[in-house]
Ligand binder design. Structure first.
Ligand SMILES: [Zn+2]
Length: 176
């Protein structure tokens, strides 16, 4: 699965996306992915800081469960290898705790924040058959190619770049 994720390339993959009935996810963000998107104009230093995006992984989680830590959230564009060609703004919790097993079967408990937490929420959603389009701000759906233009057009410090402390739960679809 890690090889398939890298070949895509993507920052995460859930087993159901490749037709396997397993509760397994892989996640990885690599320096070259971040550099490539910065070069494409997606990320200014301000956007990178707001997203808390940094390299991590590869991480394999078997039978993961996820719960939010607090109600602080953020909104940003997401895409998905199962919905190619599109992007949309999705609200996610800023910080989550993930429990599961590693590839050797040993228990794992992780606390993730920022972009890694967003990836984990996206991938664990896949295990419940939930795609980002089930959670997106519907009027934000756009062609993936135009995402850099949308990001550049966003006023700095304003949602979706800014964090939102929502007065309601960010996710109303069960994730586990
Ligand atoms: Zn996906």
């Amino acid at each position: 699965m890690t090889d398939i994720m890298r070949a895509a390339p993507g920052v995460g993959l859930a087993a159901p996306q490749i037709g396997e009935p397993w509760r397994v996810v892989v996640m990885e963000d690599r320096p070259e992915y971040i550099e490539r998107q910065a070069a494409a104009g997606v990320y200014s230093p301000e956007v990178l800081a707001a997203l808390e995006r940094r390299p991590f992984g590869p991480l394999v989680l078997v039978n993961p469960t996820l719960k939010a830590v607090g109600q602080e959230g953020g909104a940003f564009f997401e895409g998905c290898l199962s919905v190619r060609g599109y992007t949309a703004i999705v609200r996610r919790y800023r910080e989550v705790e993930v429990e599961g097993l590693d590839v050797e079967g040993a228990p794992v408990r992780l606390r993730l924040a920022g972009w890694p937490a967003r990836i984990a929420q996206h991938e664990v959603d896949h295990l419940a058959g939930v795609l980002y389009v089930d959670r997106m701000d519907s009027r934000s759906l756009a062609a993936a190619d135009s995402m850099p233009d949308w990001v550049r057009a966003l006023p700095s410090g304003v949602t979706p770049l800014g964090r939102c402390a929502c007065c309601h739960p960010i996710n109303d679809v069960p994730t586990s």
